[in-house]
Design a protein around this ligand. Structure first.
Ligand SMILES: Nc1ncnc2c1ncn2[C@@H]1O[C@H](COP(=O)(O)OP(=O)(O)OP(=O)(O)O)[C@@H](O)[C@H]1O
Length: 313
């Protein structure tokens, strides 16, 4: 896949506090790439540097290999929401499209199509201040895609949206990627990332901790866990080999297993008299990986496993 945006060796400090350390990743045409990390990790700072809202101390950002970032080819939904309040929906959409040199007639057609798609038909002449928060957010999303950007940067696009609107938005983001847009998405909703993204880049305290395809990350980093429903003595469960951690509730137990176990072999080690009403063997979720990384539990492991060589997997 063609690399559209390339970020190389980004460094950024605020006064004497360094908040980005050697951040490098790329976003390719037609992919949805997630940028993840705990609060304060450096996601928005990275995005603001890409958008030219601030400048890096070191490093290079290129678009199709060129240093010049063409603003009219980028769509951006910032973390801070809010468009001009005292302006009608259609006027703000056309104004923003015009700023990107996008033809007005086409912009109007697209605006009306998207308003309908996002359940905002008939709202084109309503003032922004009269919309609900979620409605205004959908208009802001429309403003970020109206000019058919090649690169779309979405900072927490789903926050504050009801489930139906989230689904509509997800579908539209997938559509845009299918049609060739490169999408960089920042989200704290790991289930959404797991559902939608092709690759992910995770930052912790301004440093890369994980970078790779979702499949790669799960294969290399998500150990197996075994959930057993059935009432069993904890003492007996504790005898089972290759278990890293046990979470036990009333009649359900989750066994987090060591890396490198072979599921079929491990299952044979369960005691014959164990009460099993139901058993599920799967890998830990991205949500659990995130918590492990954010609490530094597996930080070392993450760095070891996702070395430079894996980046272009
Ligand atoms: N303008 C600024 N001046 C000084 N420090 C800043 C500024 N902007 C961000 N920071 C600091 O940089 C670090 C990274 O912040 P950033 O907003 O990039 O994090 P984030 O990953 O987007 O977090 P969140 O998930 O909370 O949005 C934080 O320690 C923050 O306090």
């Amino acid at each position: 896949m063609d690399v559209l945006l390339s970020v190389e060796g980004l460094e950024k400090s605020f006064k004497d506090k360094k908040v980005l350390h050697n951040i490098s990743f790329d976003v390719r045409k037609g992919e949805i790439m997630a940028i993840l990390g705990p609060n304060g990790a450096g996601k928005s700072t990275t995005i603001r540097n890409i958008m030219g809202i601030m400048y890096p101390d070191e490093g290079k950002i290129t678009f199709h290999g060129y240093n010049e970032i063409p603003r009219n080819k980028i769509g951006y939904l910032p973390e801070e929401r809010g468009l001009y309040k005292n302006v009608k929906v259609i006027d703000i959409l056309l104004y923003l499209a015009d700023l990107k040199d996008y033809p007005q007639k086409k912009a109007k057609e697209r605006a009306l199509t998207y308003l309908k798609k996002f359940d905002l038909e008939g709202k084109e002449h309503v003032k922004m201040e009269e919309l609900s928060k979620g409605m205004a957010q959908k208009v802001q999303f429309i403003s970020s895609i109206l000019h058919e950007p090649e690169l779309l940067i979405l900072d927490e696009p789903f926050s504050g949206l009801d489930p139906l609107s989230q689904e509509l938005l997800k579908e539209e983001i997938r559509n845009l990627a299918r049609n060739g847009a490169a999408i960089l998405l920042s989200s704290h909703q790991m289930n959404v990332v797991e559902e939608m993204c092709d690759r992910l880049f995770m930052i912790q305290q301004g440093q890369k901790v994980i970078y790779g395809t979702l499949d790669d990350v799960k294969m290399k980093y998500a150990n197996f866990k075994c959930t057993i429903r059935g009432k069993n003595d904890l003492e007996k469960i504790e005898q089972i080999p290759d278990v890293q951690r046990i979470e036990s509730k009333e009649d359900s137990t989750v066994l987090y297993l060591h890396k490198d176990i072979t599921p079929a072999k491990w299952l044979k080690k369960l005691p014959d008299d164990m009460v099993i009403n139901e058993l599920v063997m799967d890998r830990i979720s991205l949500h659990e990986i995130f918590i492990d990384v954010a609490t530094n539990k597996n930080l070392l492991l993450a760095n070891e496993q996702m070395g430079e060589g894996d980046e272009h997997a």
